[in-house]
Structure formats: structure tokens, C-alpha cells
Design a protein around this ligand. Sequence first.
Ligand code: AMP
Length: 189
Amino acid sequence: MRLILLGPPGVGKGTQAKILVEQLGIPQLSTGDILRSAIANKTPLGVQAKAIVDSGDLVSDAIVNGIVSERIDQADCAKGFILDGFPRTVPQADALGAMLEQKGLKLNAVVEITADPDTLVARVAKRAAETGGARADDTAEVARKRLDVYREVTEPLVKYYREKGLLRTVDGMLPVDEVTAAIRHALGA
Ligand code: AMP
């Protein structure tokens, strides 16, 4: 099963991805997690990406496309994977399509998780309080910026994948376990 979780920051993509990893037995591939780990370890990638990630902007398509292409080639992705936070732009979606085709792989579904914008800002602020500011991009100001970026460059992917017949939409305002059930229902899993 090759799956994309699509939705604004704070909608619960990461939470759902982690549950689905357990239930479906395939890994989560989070470009945000990979970038945060690179930043924490001060790798050349991390040093390059830190200021951009902290500000709520997107790092370049070339960087994340490379991260994903390498990660998909690893053995644990052989049975499938859950993409969380990628693709985030139409050029990234095009690049993903090309890399999957080149690797002889097919995308099964794109699950869009929705929620109202006020709830999202409140959720990100709550995560900031709970994690003691572990993520420099979890402030109300950066949360709003990330929502704006989502609307501008990522939301067009809803139409992009709907036109390919791959889009399923679930309500992210429901309790966590009901969102999981809705995703599994949407996948027929
Ligand atoms: P996330 O954990 O998915 O919310 O990502 C955190 C941050 O990492 C984003 O605000 C971006 O700065 C960066 N990032 C993660 N995924 C991508 C992506 N696909 N394209 C560009 N930047 C990304």
C-alpha cells in the first residue's frame, strides 16, 4: 500500500501516520521528521534547512525530492509506505509521479484530512505548549504562516489528485480513533 496523507499543519497527519504504521505494517515517511533530525544532528542538510524550516517556509523541491527518492529505495519500503508531509507542491507531486514510475511503483491513494483553520492554529499552539517548544516552528505566528503556505502551494494538490481519481477525504475534526477508522474505510483496508 503506497499512500499519501495530505492536509494542513496540525490536522493530525503525523498522529494518523504513526497509528497506520502499526496497523498496516508499512513505514511512515515524513519529510518534516527527516529534516528535523538532520537539523538536530547538524548535518550539511540540516544546517542548510534550519532557517527555512524554523520560519515556516518550504525547503526547496530538489532537497525534499532527493530525500524521498532515497528513502523509498530502502528495504523497509518494499511493501509500501505512508508519505506524511510530501508532496507539498505541484512540482513535488510531478516529481513523485516520475520517480514512482521510474521505480515501477504505483500510488494507491491520497487521503486528505480536513479541519477548520481556527482549530488548526489552536492545535499547533497546544503542541508547542506540550513539547516545551521542541519545535521552533510550533508558535502561533509560524503556525499561521504554515497554514498560509499550505493554502497557497499545497492545497492545489487536492484537485490534482482528485483528477487522477486517487483522492479520499476524511474529517479530521473527529476523535483520533474515528479518523483512523474513516481512513481505513476510505482505503478499503
Ligand atoms: P512538517 O513536519 O511536515 O509540518 O514539516 C515541517 C517543516 O519542514 C515544513 O514547514 C517545511 O519547512 C519543511 N518541510 C517538510 N516537508 C516538506 C516538503 N515536502 N517540502 C518542503 N518543505 C518541507
